[in-house]
Design a protein around this ligand. Structure first.
Ligand code: SAH
Ligand code: SF4
Length: 362
């Protein structure tokens, strides 16, 4: 007779309790969860992995999230901004290598100079690729006007993690001020959808004070908000941050890694047709992190195209890979690893979220 775990794996709908069971899976059940998630992925979004070239525009940030190494309060961070010319070179590289799209990510800034510079870059990147390169932004909370300006200039996807979906837990990881307001962050997700973006969100897995019930709520949150694409990965401590003092409460890195994999797989069962990223933080905790994430239901990878000289300063967490080999070799070995794990690469395709288009048709 099949046990309860096997039964849950075959369900179409999941209660919070089911989700807790899935993300608490023991080693043996975990393999079943991953293989079911892979099956669901192949049926609903196919076997392809899509590349988004990640350009980390700047580590200058006006905020102070307690977990993040580039928070404004970290005086040990060496601040940088990638020059326009270098941004365009990185975008051209992505275009020529048929990546399909790029992601521009940065610390959060809301000044006019920043907003207009990004706007100008979006337009130029669209021009240099004859409109073909897709542009995703990950630039934090902005006004509706700014989101609209960037959308009209050509960006079409936006990543804004809710980080933790429980408003009661949010202040554990963020200062209690107007800049770090849970409801404002949530409001940003609504604004992004209103403006027309494909909306990405996600959470941190394995934070201190976080229980499996909270993670199940996080998954429900992503489902309830009908998120189009998700990037979630393990929390990794950074020595120059306030949260570091709670490091003795953390799961081991290996446990955090497997917990994030289970989150990915469970999300794939819950939201079959969305895009889910194999995140850099996963790769940081396990040398086969990306492949394992694909085998657990992820279908997106964000290879780092930030000019090499800046990479070591975009240190969100300790041990983040800064890759000293040259970009060509790094991309080549990434591709080889993806092929040998049994996947195809979606060359030159935007690989948009199927969920988004289904919603538009409704
Ligand atoms: N400033 C923007 C985008 C850059 S930060 C924003 O915050 O939305 C991108 C992501 O890095 C954040 O959403 C957060 O989830 C992740 N991050 C920050 N510190 C981290 C840490 N210590 N471990 C793992 N991920 C972290
Ligand atoms: Fe800034 Fe984003 Fe880091 Fe928060 S997570 S401190 S907003 S870069």
């Amino acid at each position: 007779m099949k046990n309860n775990f096997d039964k849950i794996l075959r369900q179409e709908n999941f209660s919070k309790e089911d989700l807790v069971t899935l993300i608490s899976a023991c080693k043996k059940d975990m393999e079943k969860l991953f293989s079911r998630a892979r099956e669901v992925k192949e049926k609903h979004v196919g076997n392809k992995v899509y590349f988004r070239g990640l350009i980390e525009f700047s580590n200058i940030c006006g905020k102070n999230c307690f977990y993040c190494g580039i928070r404004a309060g970290n005086k040990n961070a060496t601040r940088y901004e990638v020059k326009d010319k270098e941004m365009l070179e990185a975008a051209r590289y992505a275009y020529e290598k048929k990546f399909g799209s790029i992601v521009i990510q940065s610390g959060e800034r809301n000044d006019k100079n920043f907003i207009n510079r990004i706007d100008n870059l979006i337009r130029k990147i669209k021009q240099l690729s004859s409109g073909k390169l897709g542009i995703t932004l990950s630039l934090g909370e902005q006004t509706e006007e700014t989101y609209r300006q960037w959308f009209e200039s050509g960006a079409h996807r936006y990543l804004l993690r809710i980080e933790v979906s429980n408003p009661g837990l949010y202040p554990k990881y963020h200062p209690a001020d107007k800049k770090h307001d849970y409801h404002r962050r949530l409001e940003s997700l609504y604004l992004l959808r209103k403006v027309g973006y494909q909306v990405g969100s996600g959470v941190l897995t394995g934070l201190p004070f976080q229980a499996h019930e909270d993670l199940a709520d996080d998954l429900m949150f992503l489902k309830d908000h009908d998120i189009d694409m998700v990037g979630m990965g393990p929390y990794i401590e950074h020595a120059d941050t306030p949260l570091y003092k709670h490091r003795n409460m953390l799961l081991t890195k290996q446990e955090r890694f497997y917990l994030s994999l289970k989150m990915v797989a469970t999300l794939r069962l819950l939201m079959k047709d969305i895009n889910i990223a194999a995140t850099t933080a996963m790769q940081t905790l396990d040398p086969g992190g990306h492949e394992k994430a694909f085998n657990a239901g992820a279908n997106i990878i964000m290879p780092n195209l930030t000019p090499a000289k800046y990479r070591e300063n975009y240190l969100l967490y300790n041990d983040k890979p800064t890759i000293d080999e040259n970009t060509d070799n790094y991309i080549k070995s990434l591709k080889e690893r993806i092929y040998s794990a049994g996947y195809e690469i979606g060359y030159g395709e935007w690989g948009d979220s199927r969920r988004f288009f289904k919603r538009s048709e409704r």
